[in-house]
Design a protein around this ligand. Structure first.
Ligand SMILES: *Cc1c(COP(=O)(O)O)cnc(C)c1O
Length: 437
């Protein structure tokens, strides 16, 4: 997009997913985003090198901290989410750790939804505790529970737009207003919705995190993550000396006072990313950009197929408890209509008849659905938690984790939907055989 058109038109999502953050390369005319596979950058002279390192001027120094290919990806996601900017990471887990480390200190406290991706639960339970950060797990559906969990040392609310595995839809606007009343930021993991289906910042969220590994990439080839900040939170409200006060890790720089809207993001990049590492590689940023170009098209198809698969399961006698929030009878219907008018994503679970054996038979019986531990691929994915991720748990422990012995999680892909239903029917035929022998 040239400067001329950019100035007088607010482009639509489908245009921005192709163009935001990039112009054809001025040196070569390359239309695609070039892969700048370089660790470092030649400085023009000692003065500009010093200015870059002092953050007085913005310029490339070293690819652990910034890279031109990665920068296009960061700007594009930030643009699609409606944020001030973004910082990319080598994984979704690294992105959310960095988002939190930038605003937390030992002795702080975080209030989090209890319906989270399993890897996030581990990170919060063990890594944060090791950093002497306390956690309160709350029912994501109860605003009173969030309100009641706030303490003197609370520093953030954390939840997922569409929770795992129950399909809980976060009431973002309500939780943002509770958080803001207590001068706290709301952090939303928007991985399952993507900015095409929901933009949490428009509803008051302050920080959005993503595992780009999932729908943003869509090809199941690359691990990556990104943090986007709205740029509107008042980090100088007295609760966040770690962001507002002179930073000993950056020769006394006051990030919020110096950079205003970009204070948190600058600290996230210049300190947290610098010191934790976990930088996204230029090649993976390139692959995620290929994914972003078709995000809206893929999500429309994911949602369409997920609705058809959920309806099929709901009427199937060997399936029960289908958690897809997009079903007409879902208790999350009002929240879906408000926050996810384009659809409730494509990841949900159901209980297969026959318990552990039934779940395993279903997996054995399907051939098109891939049995693996991932979501958000264009290919349809299936997993039986009781024999994989939750394998070591007893039936009682499974129940406590909200997983039944026959629970099966699906990530519905973009194949011909008739083929997906045909393949599930093959699986159910296996289940049926097991039940009658
Ligand atoms: C996968 C996932 C993560 C972690 O991301 P990685 O890229 O695997 O590190 C975090 N949150 C959600 C909702 C996820 O699905």
């Amino acid at each position: 997009m040239s400067d001329r058109v950019e100035q007088d038109r607010a482009f639509g999502f489908e245009t921005r997913q192709l163009h935001a953050g990039q112009r054809p390369d001025p040196n070569t005319g390359a239309r695609a985003v070039p892969i700048f596979q370089t660790t470092s950058y030649v400085f023009e002279d000692p003065e500009s090198a010093a200015a870059y390192f002092n953050l007085q001027e913005y310029g490339n120094t070293y690819s652990r901290i910034m890279n031109p290919t990665v920068a296009v990806f960061e700007e594009r996601v930030a643009n699609l989410e409606g944020g001030a900017g973004g910082v990319a990471f080598a994984s979704g887990i690294a992105a959310q750790a960095a988002a939190l480390f930038t605003l937390l200190q030992p002795g702080d406290h975080v209030v989090s939804s209890s319906a989270l991706y399993g890897g996030t639960v581990n990170q919060f339970k063990h890594l944060l505790r090791k950093m002497n950060v306390e956690l309160s797990w709350v029912d994501p559906d109860s605003p009173d529970a969030w309100r009641g969990a706030v303490r003197e040392n609370t520093k953030a609310f954390f939840g997922e737009t569409i929770g795992n595995p129950g399909g809980n839809v976060l009431d973002i606007e309500t939780l943002a207003s509770i958080a803001h009343k207590h001068q706290l930021p709301l952090i939303v993991d928007n991985t399952f919705a993507t900015p095409y289906l929901c933009r949490p910042i428009e509803w008051g969220a302050d920080i959005v995190v993503h595992s780009a590994t999932k729908f943003i990439g869509g090809h199941g080839t690359s691990i990556g993550g990104v943090v986007v900040e709205a740029g509107t939170f008042d980090w100088s409200n007295g609760r966040f000396p770690v962001v507002a006060d002179p930073s000993p890790a950056y020769h006394g720089l006051q990030f919020h006072e110096t950079f205003g809207t970009y204070g948190y993001l600058m600290k996230l990049r210049a300190e947290t990313l610098r010191d934790l590492g976990g930088a996204l590689s230029p090649f993976n940023a390139f692959l995620f950009l290929q994914g972003l170009e078709t995000l809206s098209l893929r999500m429309q198809r994911h949602v369409e197929n997920a609705g058809a698969v959920a309806a099929f399961l709901e009427s199937h006698e060997l399936a029960s408890n289908v958690t897809y929030a997009g079903l007409p009878g879902s208790s999350y219907r009002p929240l879906v209509e408000k926050y996810l008018p384009g659809g409730a994503g494509a990841v949900f679970s159901f209980d297969c008849a026959g318990g552990r054996q039934g779940g395993q038979d279903l997996i054995r019986g399907v051939s098109l659905w891939s049995h693996l531990a991932n979501v958000g691929d264009a290919k349809s994915l299936i997993i039986h938690p009781a024999s994989t991720t939750h394998r070591q748990l007893s039936d009682a422990e499974l129940a406590a984790a909200g997983v039944g012995p026959g629970t099966v999680r699906l990530s519905v892909g973009t194949e011909s939907v008739d083929d997906l239903l045909w393949d599930l029917s093959q699986g159910f035929a296996f289940v049926e055989k097991g039940l009658t022998t």
